[in-house]
Each structure stands twice: as structure tokens, then as C-alpha cells.
Design a protein around this ligand. Structure first.
Ligand SMILES: [Zn+2]
Ligand SMILES: [Zn+2]
Length: 174
């Protein structure tokens, strides 16, 4: 919550605010999130307009997650921008608009919904450790990025080797 009282209500008055807030829980997507409590650095420009306060912001935060292909940990960061008009509590809007309008409550504005939306939009649907991550070996689960030439001529499990031998023997018994 950010207090806008110092800004005043004269349209055109502006204020820049820099703040660092602890990240709320579940900021991000399942596989890539801003760790709860880690700092989110926010630069804001508040501008009073006729019907409320126009907020333009940039936020930066660290990310923890895992690669969708090889499950390697990812430590990255994200920078998002957002803009939102917070309408004064007493300012009338049409009923249709009401649900979508962000409102100032007691001259306080809540940045969290805008921050969440901006971060989720910015994150990749499937985060990767590197753009061309080759993923995991389907046979043994090794990370192919660490061992690109890796292959299996022989089945790994000796029991499977036994089965393979049986399968090969079968035609001969006819
Ligand atoms: Zn990967
Ligand atoms: Zn393998």
C-alpha cells in the first residue's frame, strides 16, 4: 500500500517514488517465482489526473525456478513495467466499468495486483536454463547439456539385457 496524500490532488502534480518491498507469496508461476520475502525494487511515477492517480512503474526482482526440460535450478531476474489509473474512491464510474477499475482507498493505492499481472505476463510459460537446453537422456536421465555425446549402445540395466537376449533367442526356437 502506498500513500498518495503527499502528491495532492491538483491534476498535473507529479511525484517520483522509489521503494523496495518484500515479495508477496506466490508471485510468479508454478515453475518460476519471486521468492517470498525477497526484495522487489520499484520505481514509480505518480501523476495526479482529474479522476485519480496515474501510476507508472518499473519493478525488478529475482527469480528462482527450474528448467522445464532438465530440471536444473534457474536463478534469474525479471524487470517489468506497468501502468494503472487508480480512481479516487468517490469518483463515479459507470457500472460496467466498476469491476475493472482500480480504486484508491483512503488515498492508499495497492500495487500488488498490477505487480502480479505484470510479472506473470513477463515470465516464460516453460522456463529453460539455456535457450537450447537439450533436456534429459530418456534412458538414464542424465543432463545432456553436461554430456552431449552421451548414448547407450547397451541397455543399462543387466536385467533388461537378459530380456533382450531372450527376445533375440525366440525366433531360433521355432
Ligand atoms: Zn535445462
Ligand atoms: Zn543416458
Amino acid at each position: 500500500m502506498l500513500d498518495t496524500r503527499e502528491l495532492g490532488r491538483r491534476p498535473g502534480s507529479q511525484r517520483e517514488v522509489t521503494l523496495s518491498v518484500p515479495a508477496p507469496a506466490d508471485l510468479g508461476i508454478d515453475v518460476l517465482t519471486v521468492p517470498e520475502g525477497s526484495p522487489v525494487d520499484i520505481d514509480l511515477r505518480l501523476e495526479a489526473v482529474m479522476e485519480g492517480v496515474l501510476v507508472t512503474g518499473t519493478a525488478r526482482a529475482g527469480l528462482d525456478g527450474e528448467c522445464a526440460r532438465c530440471l536444473e535450478e534457474i536463478h534469474d531476474d525479471v524487470e517489468v513495467t506497468f501502468q494503472e489509473l487508480y480512481v479516487y474512491a468517490e469518483h463515479q464510474t459507470s457500472h460496467d466499468e466498476d469491476d475493472e477499475v482500480s480504486r484508491l482507498e483512503d488515498d492508499l493505492l495497492d500495487l500488488e495486483p498490477q505487480l502480479r499481472d505484470a510479472v506473470v505476463l513477463k515470465l516464460p510459460f516453460q522456463p529453460l536454463c539455456t535457450e537450447d537446453c537439450p533436456g534429459l537422456c530418456p534412458d538414464c536421465g542424465a543432463r545432456l547439456a553436461e554430456d552431449p555425446d552421451h548414448g547407450h549402445d547397451e541397455p543399462i540395466d543387466p536385467r533388461w539385457a537378459g530380456l533382450a537376449a531372450l527376445a533375440q533367442d525366440e525366433p531360433d526356437e521355432k
